[in-house]
Write a protein that binds this ligand. Structure first.
Ligand SMILES: C[S@@+](CC[C@H](N)C(=O)[O-])C[C@H]1O[C@@H](n2cnc3c(N)ncnc32)[C@H](O)[C@@H]1O
Length: 398
């Protein structure tokens, strides 16, 4: 458990900032990442823009921090961007960034049907073959790599109307709906100086929405979130709701409901780079809390480390070095899963696994070996699961 702003979150943001300025284009563009960095890391990004320096710097990072943390983070970011875009194209209208760190997805648009024509500088997802940004729900442009493991969630049985919530769905936790003019629930801070989104007042044009009427919630450890809000300053996207929470202590359901989360809207949860810092009980409680809150057809995207790294039952190249590095930062890995057990583990908690792949497997498709052979991890995995009963096609679930 951490008691100060996360350093590993800064490392991931550094890797994304470097990918954004990669000469010739990277796997995505994340312009706000640089702003979210401490000064010393911003200097590294500036240095990388000098002719010839980027390549050498990235190679140095990959040698110095072995095991592939940089390229694994970059690949998972791209993959999750694609999965997010796919869910948004399928009608999801809420995004929860759980353990958001310095992930800027709420503040940079990820390509959706409504902004598929936008320039790459506006959108997070850039085809690995170059060219204009595209929606993962649409055909990729010629020359672009096909999205990895993307299973479009179309044919929605859970209609996302963007309209007023059915009567009776109100935030609990004591907070009156902001549309009534009452104060926002304690601890919940919408950016832009407004009130938290009301479950009764959310509309596609409401302040909490952008990029096609999508509400974003950032849940994170209070210390990391305070740092992020300070660094973002006025660049925080208006309407994004910041809800501080310690996932080892707080009741996520109560936190989200107090933040104005609408249980009637299909939701995408992104829990990226976080489970490995928690424990059995808090991962279990978080998953159960999400399933109780999110309607059928909602998606939970998460990463995990192979438990073999922690209990010594498996050996992976570079895993010990990577783990040593995060331990030195005061953020040791404390949780992992056995990939063979993940389908059953999720089923017991009301979720159906649809994808689960290592960052190395993702890299094989996203980083064509001829152009970029970069170290990624076999033990660091990215998974996607759905809350069954809505749009889920049983043939997609295992
Ligand atoms: C490696 S960072 C990943 C951040 C972000 N998801 C990303 O991919 O850039 C780990 C994140 O987990 C968060 N975290 C760790 N322990 C936590 C806890 N007990 N409760 C809430 N968040 C926690 C940290 O604050 C940090 O933001």
């Amino acid at each position: 458990m951490i008691d100060r702003s996360s350093r590993t979150a800064e490392h991931v943001a550094l890797f994304r900032a470097l990918e954004t300025v990669r000469p010739g284009g990277g796997l995505f563009r994340d312009p706000p990442a640089r702003r979210l960095l401490p000064r010393r890391h911003r200097a590294v990004v500036a240095l990388s823009r000098l002719p010839g320096v980027h390549d050498a710097l990235v190679r140095y990072i990959d040698r110095r921090w072995s095991g592939g943390p940089r390229a694994s983070a970059v690949v998972r970011t791209r993959l999750i961007d694609e999965w997010l875009a796919s869910s948004l194209a399928g009608g999801a209208r809420q995004v929860v960034l759980l353990g958001a760190g310095f992930d800027s997805r709420a503040h940079r648009a990820v390509a959706t049907p409504s902004n598929a024509g936008a320039s790459p500088s506006d959108c997070g997802v850039v085809p690995s073959g170059g060219g204009a940004a595209f929606s993962a729900g649409a055909a990729a442009p010629a020359g672009a790599a096909a999205p990895v493991g993307v299973v479009p969630s179309g044919g929605g049985a859970v209609p996302s109307t963007g309209a007023a919530t059915p009567a009776g769905v109100v935030p609990s936790g004591g907070g009156a709906a902001p549309s009534t003019g009452a104060a926002a629930p304690v601890g919940v801070v919408p950016s832009g100086g407004g009130v938290a989104p009301s479950t009764g007042a959310v509309t596609p044009t409401g302040a909490a929405h952008f990029g096609g009427g999508v509400a974003y919630f950032e849940v994170d450890h209070p210390a990391t979130q305070a740092t992020k809000r300070r660094r973002l300053g006025r660049d925080a996207r208006p309407g994004v709701v910041f809800a501080p929470a310690d996932l080892t202590v707080d009741d996520l359901g109560a936190v989200l409901r107090a933040a104005g989360f609408d249980p009637a809207l299909r939701t995408v949860v992104i829990w990226e780079g976080v489970t490995n810092y928690l424990d059995d009980a808090s991962v279990d409680a978080t998953l159960r809390g999400l399933v109780a809150l999110c309607p059928p057809g909602s998606t939970v995207i998460f990463t995990y480390v192979d438990r073999g790294v922690l209990d010594g039952t498996a050996t992976f190249a570079g895993a010990a070095e990577w783990h040593d590095a995060v331990r030195r930062e005061g953020e040791p890995w404390t949780f992992g899963l056995d990939p063979a057990e993940v389908p059953g583990y999720l089923r017991e908690r009301g979720l159906a696994l649809t994808e689960d792949l290592s960052t190395r497997a993702a890299a094989q498709q996203l980083l064509p070996a001829s152009r970029r052979a970069e170290p990624t991890a076999e033990f660091y995995r990215v998974a996607r699961a759905v809350v069954p009963g809505g749009t889920t096609d049983p043939t997609e679930v295992r």
